[in-house]
Design a protein. Sequence first.
Length: 162
Amino acid sequence: TRAGLKDPRRPGGSFIFAGPSGVGKTELSKALAEFLFGDEDALIMLDMSEFMEKHTVSRLFGSPPGYVGYEEGGQLTEKVRRKPFSVVLFDEVEKAHGDIFNSLLQILEDGRLTDAQGRVVDFKNTVIIMTTNLGTRDISKAVGLGFAKANDEESTYERMKV
């Protein structure tokens, strides 16, 4: 962003941090918020396990007109609207309901999202981070790397292809 290399229509960056629990994915996000925006509170953290059901999707972007909580705005859209220079962390993104991914795609491609009240929320000054621990079980399986015996090389390659 500071170097002028980003697409002006998109967020400052979008990253997926993958790894097993406890390796520091969330801590890295906090440190990034502190470094980029000078404030650890610039981190907007959303635990996506809270948004697994279809009816919880409206909590992120706001309730539709006529529904309870319509005037309150969404947990994501309100926070970004009030603090546009922030790191947005979608923690354990794989647990989110499928409908959330359509909106996330719009944020990543267009750098904006329209909330339930019709207001356009600008994500161009945010950094989007998604964390996941999917696939870490496969990574943590014993696979010979580095100092593995030479004759193990072919069998390791065959296991990795599958």
